[in-house]
Design a protein around this ligand. Structure first.
Ligand SMILES: Cc1cc2nc3c(=O)[nH]c(=O)nc-3n(C[C@H](O)[C@H](O)[C@H](O)COP(=O)(O)O)c2cc1C
Length: 254
């Protein structure tokens, strides 16, 4: 398997590069690894009839790889311009457009990716405000449009003056490297997702029924319609809270 690290930071030896190096340390030696530093490339979007050798080179490296490790700091509350620019320039090559202009995954479908980011903001502030969320969300948006499968993500906070990663963060990145070793070339997550959905529905139905029982003194549960209504309302509240949590808190923040 081939793993390509894409470093989109201003510093070649900064925290982002250290996170990337830690992930690569965890990758088994029978895999091939390569890192490209985006500052080394003058990337431009395609212009019909004009050669674009630098973008061709990066595209070919991405095509040859099975896993991409996208490493970019959070700048101005979003993904660093270097990596964003790569995504922008590659748009026409990452996805295919149908006759209505809707995007579909193209030739990169079923490759895998990891996203890494960091910020000066403290762990606590990032937990509350989600400063790094936009960076991770942008990577997810582009990769999902391209049909690329996520392996994981890591965030390092409080990077002001940071020279080395803490042992905890280093281990987190190493573990992501180990995760790369375990992936299959093609994975279909559909069956797994149905199992997860079944499990979630089963747990929520159980909680709903327990809550109904707890309210039995003031809800006449032996009446079919009261039983049905209370079940629906409690189930809806649980489902809405869970969806809110998944939507707003799904990224690592500390
Ligand atoms: C242009 C620029 C914008 C930045 N914006 C933010 C920001 O909005 N929030 C934040 O917490 N840190 C911000 N930072 C700090 C970077 O996230 C921090 O320097 C990062 O950890 C650097 O990674 P590096 O060591 O790999 O260069 C910014 C840094 C730069 C250079």
């Amino acid at each position: 398997m081939k793993v390509l690290g894409i470093l989109g930071a201003q510093r070649k030896d900064g925290v982002t590069a250290k996170m990337l190096a830690a992930v690569f340390q965890g990758i088994a030696t029978d895999n091939t690894t390569e890192v490209i530093y985006l500052e080394d490339f003058a990337l431009k979007a395609d212009v019909p009839g004009t050669a674009n050798p630098e973008l061709d080179l990066i595209e070919s490296k991405m095509r040859e790889s099975d896993v991409w490790v996208l490493a970019a700091p959070t700048y101005w509350g979003s993904l660093s311009g270097r990596l964003k620019n790569l995504f922008d320039c590659l748009r026409q090559r990452l996805v295919r457009f149908d006759h209505t202009g809707t995007m579909h995954p193209a030739s990169f479908k079923n490759k895998h990716y990891i996203s890494l980011t960091n910020c000066y903001t403290s762990s606590f502030e990032n937990m509350i405000c989600g400063v790094t969320d936009a960076s991770l969300r942008l990577c997810d948006k582009v990769m999902s449009a391209a049909g690329v499968i996520k392996i994981g993500e890591a965030v390092v906070t409080g990077t002001w003056g940071m020279e080395t990663l803490t042992p905890k963060k280093k281990k987190e990145c190493l573990d992501l490297g180990h995760k790369i070793n375990r992936i299959r070339r093609r994975d279909d997550q559909t069956v797994k997702r149905y199992f997860e959905l079944f499990f979630m529905v089963a747990v929520m139905a159980l909680i709903t029924m327990l809550l109904q029982k707890a309210c039995a003194s003031f809800i006449p549960l032996d009446n079919f319609w009261f039983n049905y209504l209370s079940f629906t309302v409690i189930f809806f509240i649980l489902l809405a809270s869970m969806l809110h949590f998944v939507t707003f808190m799904k990224h690592k923040r500390h």
